[in-house]
Design a protein around this ligand. Structure first.
Ligand code: GDP
Ligand code: MG
Length: 442
């Protein structure tokens, strides 16, 4: 599976300090396979890999990440950036009625999405919405729009199979103007495959309607074929947005990447069920994770990257190397870094379910409170006490405990913990790290 691939990359790269020409090639081969398995179209995959390679080469690996993890983070960020920047809602900046034209193959979900959008615009944008069907080839399609429009709580403008789509369009705009509708949603006919006559028809519709939004509706399960469909519609119409439907299916949704790259239009919405409320604003970041099949592991990687204070970590490393003592100030730094990583419980939320269940046996909110208490204790110490903890005797302990609002035993416990940490640091100096790892059977 995909996540196996990626975790293998992550494992293989352990112990290498940076991403280089030689190790990146292997890793990117896996990423390429991962994307192809997610049904991203081949030319799109090639472009994407080239971009990631450029970004990744020579990049220093941050903090506790292995180069494999760092690469996965780069891949994820680039995927999310490719699929969208920020949230793109429907543009209604036009003289009312703002017209929205729906385009796409038959079965893509145009009629369903028309109704979903109507509901969205009524509820979220407080608009008065009219729908009309230009699908004159199938009487059932007009009835279908009538039914779902009623479910959406919008109004439906009648049309019949003997009318020409452009005449229907003109009549609907007229009606919308006279009755002060804010938005007119125009559903259209689709064919099973790209068809010249059909493309001409929708172009004529576009010329008459002058829509503020021309949405390309595409089935997320379409996979490799999505690229050809997208090209044909992009060549025929100035697309302003994409709706990716049937994301509730088990496809990895790689079509999103292909369609976005080919059309250059933003993915605005995702269809997530057949029901009228099954429409979500597209979330590129979350979708990137889905394409990679990585679940929330990526979020965790990102959080660690963002949370580790590099300057503090390097200062500490330099200190250990130079043989300077590890004191309570350093200990305080460490505690604060743990807090900086977004809080333990927020980290826990991001772990895959199985791991989280295991770790759940530890009470995280208690662990967090514990860190805060320790921080409080160290903050109640003077600078000289922090530098030379050995001077902290009974009187000082009582003063510190009172200052931090804890019992003296707690101060003792903290000092003991610090000593153990200091001990470990001493061993790490002088190449002790390797010895320690060996002893631990590493
Ligand atoms: P059109 O031919 O483009 O108008 O497509 P329709 O709107 O008639 O949809 C085709 C089929 O896909 C119908 O059975 C819809 O219920 C279904 N459908 C549309 N959008 C979604 C979606 O987001 N999720 C699921 N599961 N089904 C959808
Ligand atoms: Mg339809």
């Amino acid at each position: 599976a995909l996540s196996d691939r990626l975790s293998r990359i992550v494992k293989e790269m352990r112990g290498q300090a940076r991403i280089t020409e030689s190790n990146v090639t292997d890793m990117l081969r896996e990423v390429r396979m991962a994307l192809l398995e997610a049904d991203v179209a081949l030319p799109v995959v090639r472009d994407f890999i080239a971009r990631v390679k450029e970004k990744a080469l020579g990049q220093e690996v941050v903090g506790s990440l292995t180069p494999g993890q760092a690469l996965v983070a780069i891949v994820h960020r680039e995927l999310a950036a490719t699929m969208g920047e920020g949230v793109a809602d429907i543009n209604l900046a036009a003289q009312p009625p703002a017209v929205i034209l729906m385009a796409g193959l038959q079965g893509a979900g145009k009629t369903t999405t028309t109704a979903k959008l109507a509901k969205h615009l009524i509820e979220k944008r407080k608009k008065k919405v009219l729908t009309v069907s230009g699908d004159v080839y199938r009487p059932a399609a007009i009835e279908q729009l009538k039914t779902v429009t009623a479910q959406a709580g919008a109004e439906w403008f009648p049309s019949t199979p003997d009318q020409k789509p452009v005449d229907i369009a003109r009549a609907a705009i007229d009606h919308a103007r006279k009755h002060y509708f804010d938005v007119l949603l125009v559903d259209t006919a689709g064919r099973l495959a790209i068809d010249e006559a059909l493309m001409r028809e929708i172009q004529e519709l576009h010329a008459v309607l002058k829509p503020v939004e021309t949405l390309f509706v595409v089935d997320a399960m379409q996979g490799q074929d999505a690229i050809n469909t997208a090209k044909a519609f992009k060549d025929a119409l100035p697309l302003t947005g994409i709706v990716l439907t049937k994301l509730d299916g088990d496809s990895r949704g790689g079509a999103a990447l292909s369609v976005r790259q080919i059309t250059g239009a933003p993915i605005k919405f995702a269809g997530v069920s057949e029901k009228i409320d099954g429409l979500e604003v597209f979330d590129a970041d979350r979708h990137a994770q889905r394409v990679l099949g990585m679940g929330d592991i990526l979020a965790l990687v990102e959080q660690v990257t963002a949370g580790v204070d590099m300057a503090a970590a390097q200062k500490l490393a330099a200190k250990v190397k130079s043989g300077q003592g590890f004191d309570l100030n350093d200990f305080l730094d460490q505690l604060r870094q743990m807090k900086q990583m977004g809080g333990l419980s927020s980290l826990m939320d991001k772990l895959p379910a199985a791991m989280a269940a295991k770790a759940g046996e530890v009470d995280m909110s208690r662990a967090e409170k514990d860190i805060k208490r320790k921080e409080g204790i160290i903050c109640s110490m003077t600078l000289s006490e922090r530098r030379k903890p050995e001077i902290i005797k009974a009187t000082r302990k009582r003063r510190i405990a009172a200052g931090a609002g804890v019992q003296v035993q707690e101060v003792n416990r903290l000092l003991k913990e610090f000593e153990q940490m200091q001990d470990m640091m001493k061993k790490m100096k002088g190449g002790g790290m390797m010895k320690m790892m060996k002893r631990m059977g590493g």
